[in-house]
Every structure is written in structure tokens, then in C-alpha cells.
Design a binder for this molecule. Structure first.
Ligand code: FES
Length: 252
């Protein structure tokens, strides 16, 4: 490829990833897509719009740093929700507002109008020898236990929060939860990752129940303070907390 050839890049944008294995699977899909496209695309990468790394913004930053002339975003979601395209458009516009220097053109691909591509995919799957789901060796226990823990900590893993470091916040919280046995300390706590909680500009966002306290701009040190003061002491960390207000708020 000579230096005057436009550098086309693409982002395969999936909805979410819960495990490292699915992140690796997406990376392999991007590699195979790039191999199939040959020299027409200089780079094909993957991204997640929530719960998973890299975020869309990180992928846009990466391709911009690699001097892509244009980037095509390929949303991978079946069925395609109209709201997903709206979300992508807004996310790219927010990225443009915050990014520095010359930025590549960004396009959003349109899903196929018919389902022929999906038909081929389904046919391929049906031609495999599928694994059989056997009956369990022993009867499965009936019912579900209600956990006794009174506290619940939600860590947003939406795209903007991930870009702001939410994955590290989640990792640190889980390490400390185990180290300090927080499930059983005090009133007991449980934690969960979530998709976008709403106030994206305050990311990384953490919400603590039963009070429903919103924390913004949380980092590992902030997690330590929330654990010591709020989870174990019952006191809200005022300088990290954001009370509901009619207008928009920004990080302090
Ligand atoms: S992405 Fe976290 S609040 Fe929207």
C-alpha cells in the first residue's frame, strides 16, 4: 500500500461482553474480517458499547492515532434496535467534541435490508453436528435463595464510563470485596456491573443501595473511601456524591 492510498478502517461494534473469552472472540472476528477484506481496509478492530473493552471511544482514539482517513462503524446487533444507531451517533458526536487534532470521517454502516446474510449463518450452524444437552445426572434444586446482604453496589460499564476507567474500578471493587469479605461484613454487600446508568458525563459512575447514592468520577482510591465510609460505616462520601438535581451536572 503506498502512502497516498486512503487508510480505511472499520470497527465491529458489539453490544456487550461479560467475559474475557467473548472479548477474545470479538478480537478474532475482527482479525478474520480484516484478512477477508485484504488491502481494502488497513485496520479492522472490535469494540463494545457497554460492558467490555475496548469501548467505542477507545477504538476511535486508536484508529485516529493510527492515522485512519475514515472509519466505518459496523453495528453487530440482531435484531437491530433503532435506539442503538441513535446511541452510536451520539457517542461519535461526543467523541468528536472531546477529541483533539484532525479527526477522520466516521461512517455508520446500514444493516442489510434482507436477512440473506443471516440465512447463510443459520444454515452453516444447522449443518454442524450440534452438541446434545443431556438431562442432569441429579435433580436440579428447585427454587432460589434470597441473599441476606442489604447493600448493593452497581458499577456502570457503559461505553463512556468504561472509557473513563470503570473496568479498573470494577476490578478493584471486586478484589477488595473478596479481601475484606464485604459480603459478610456489616450489613453485607453484593456488587454488579450494569449497562449505562444515565449520568454518563460523571463517569465512572457507581451507585450504592439501599440509599441509591450516586458517586461520580470514582477511581480506585474512591472505591476505598466508599467501602470504608459508606459500606462499612454507613456514611455517604459527600465529595464524591452527586445529589439528583433538575439541571445537568459536571464532575467537580
Ligand atoms: S455510561 Fe455510565 S452512566 Fe452512562
Amino acid at each position: 500500500m503506498n502512502t497516498t492510498t486512503p487508510r480505511h478502517a472499520a470497527i465491529l461494534l458489539a453490544k456487550a461482553s461479560i467475559t474475557g473469552a467473548s472479548e477474545r472472540e470479538m478480537a478474532q472476528l475482527a482479525q478474520r474480517t480484516q484478512a477477508a477484506l485484504g488491502e481494502r481496509f488497513s485496520t479492522v478492530v472490535h469494540a463494545f458499547n457497554e460492558q467490555g473493552s475496548p469501548s467505542l471511544r477507545e477504538a476511535l482514539d486508536l484508529l485516529t492515532a493510527q492515522k485512519a482517513d475514515d472509519i466505518t462503524i459496523v453495528p453487530l446487533l440482531l435484531p437491530m434496535e433503532p435506539g442503538f444507531r441513535t446511541w452510536i451517533t451520539g457517542a461519535v458526536q461526543r467523541w468528536r467534541r472531546g477529541a483533539q487534532g484532525a479527526l477522520p470521517a466516521v461512517h455508520l454502516s446500514t444493516p442489510p435490508e434482507d436477512s440473506l446474510a443471516i440465512d447463510a449463518l443459520v444454515q452453516g450452524l444447522l449443518q454442524q453436528t450440534p452438541a446434545t444437552v443431556d438431562a442432569p445426572a441429579a435433580a436440579l434444586p428447585a427454587g432460589s435463595a434470597i441473599p441476606p446482604q442489604l447493600r448493593r453496589v452497581l458499577v456502570c460499564q457503559g461505553g463512556p464510563c468504561n472509557h473513563a476507567g470503570a473496568a479498573q474500578v470494577w476490578g478493584h471493587l471486586r478484589n477488595e470485596q473478596k479481601r475484606l469479605d464485604l459480603r459478610n461484613a456489616g450489613a453485607g454487600m453484593m456488587s454488579a456491573r450494569t449497562s449505562c446508568l444515565g449520568p454518563c458525563n460523571l463517569g465512572p459512575v457507581v451507585q450504592v443501595f439501599p440509599e441509591g447514592t450516586w458517586y461520580g468520577g470514582v477511581d480506585a482510591a474512591g472505591v476505598d473511601r466508599i467501602i470504608a465510609a459508606h459500606l462499612l460505616g454507613g456514611e455517604i462520601v459527600a465529595d464524591l456524591a452527586y445529589a439528583p438535581q433538575p439541571g445537568k451536572q459536571t464532575l467537580r
